[in-house]
Design a protein around this ligand. Structure first.
Ligand SMILES: [Zn+2]
Length: 326
């Protein structure tokens, strides 16, 4: 064997040994006793954003709703149900926002799944007197279809004091399921609650001195909680669910209100067709402004990691412009 061949043989041997060592090290990693992260599944965007903020890198959070999908018409696929069954914590709004949830949860065989929802923890706006208050200066007959007996407004996250309770519930579930990180979860939840309380103050202050306290929305009735909290007069042509077409009579009533109150802007929703808002705009010359209920995000906003608070800050900016606040 000459010298050259000997060097070549030696090199091959070195490579084989190196591969073997790398292999062993990888196996070591695979068999490390590091505990698996807990898995959290949420339905709508605000719950996803809050959970993700509280857990940091300590748990895996995923959103069931694909970005860009209108949440009221969402139905989970069989693969979604399997995913929920394999998770540790499932967080949804309640039986009015996710009417499909109860049956699915009843059928799961994961008995240790921690289920969090807010139906019983928060006061839901419904067919009570509260909502009529916002229509007190409107001919309520024209809006009667929105007040059908038993209708419940599920958009609870649009009252930021409700968000405080939502965050506490999520944080409590995390602390129970993953006590090793409980101090981290509690402190992140406190920080988030503080940020939301600042947001709430900004809304209170920002919407205090305005030319009008009425905002007209071409989307579905999603901002009832927000209107109630900041004592605003909120007018839409649709009900709580976005699938109802407004009648011509309702549209004319809205247009009359807009003209009478000399309102210069009409709001539209991102994930729904802005048809109604555009009709109002072309009839009155009112300009269009986005008002985002944040129940879900567009694909672009999701990819850009937009936060719930950032969306609400943009809503505040647009409301201030739309109602001409100081
Ligand atoms: Zn909605």
């Amino acid at each position: 064997m000459n010298k050259k061949r000997l060097i070549l043989l030696f090199s091959v041997l070195v490579i084989i040994v190196a591969i073997f060592i790398v292999d062993i090290t990888n196996d070591d990693n695979n068999f490390s006793d590091k505990p698996e992260k807990i898995k959290i599944i949420t339905t709508i965007f605000p719950l996803y954003d809050f959970a993700k903020t509280i857990v940091g890198d300590n748990a895996d959070v995923s959103m069931l709703l694909p970005p860009g999908i209108e949440p009221h018409s969402f139905e989970p696929k069989p693969s979604d149900i399997i995913k929920i069954n394999k998770s540790d914590i499932f967080i949804y709004t309640g039986d009015f926002m996710e009417p499909w949830a109860k049956d699915i949860l009843d059928g799961l065989d994961n008995k240790s799944l921690h289920i969090v929802n807010f139906s019983d923890r928060l006061e839901l706006m419904g067919e009570d007197k509260e909502k009529e208050h916002h229509f007190e200066d409107v001919n309520t007959e024209k809006y009667e279809h929105e007040h059908e007996h038993g209708e419940i407004d599920p958009h609870i996250w649009l009252d930021f004091s409700n968000c405080q309770i939502i965050i506490d519930s999520i944080s409590n579930a995390l602390i129970k399921s993953d006590s090793a990180n409980s101090i981290f979860y509690a402190s992140e939840a406190e920080k988030l609650k503080n940020d939301l309380s600042i947001l709430d103050d900004n809304f209170k202050e920002g919407l205090n001195f305005c030319e009008t306290n009425t905002f007209i929305h071409g989307g579905h009735y999603a901002f009832g909680y927000l209107a109630k909290r900041y004592e605003l007069n909120y007018l839409t042509a649709q009900g709580f669910m976005p699938n109802s077409e407004p009648t011509v009579k309702d549209l004319i009533a809205l247009i009359e209100q807009l003209k009478e109150k000399e309102i210069k802007y009409v709001f539209y929703e991102e994930l729904l067709s802005p048809k109604i808002a555009k009709t109002i705009s072309s009839e009155t010359g009112a300009e269009l402004l986005l008002l985002n209920p944040a129940s879900n995000l567009s694909k672009k906003d999701f990819e850009n990691n937009i936060s719930f608070i950032a969306i609400m800050e943009k809503n505040l900016e647009n409301l201030k412009l739309g109602m001409q606040c100081q």
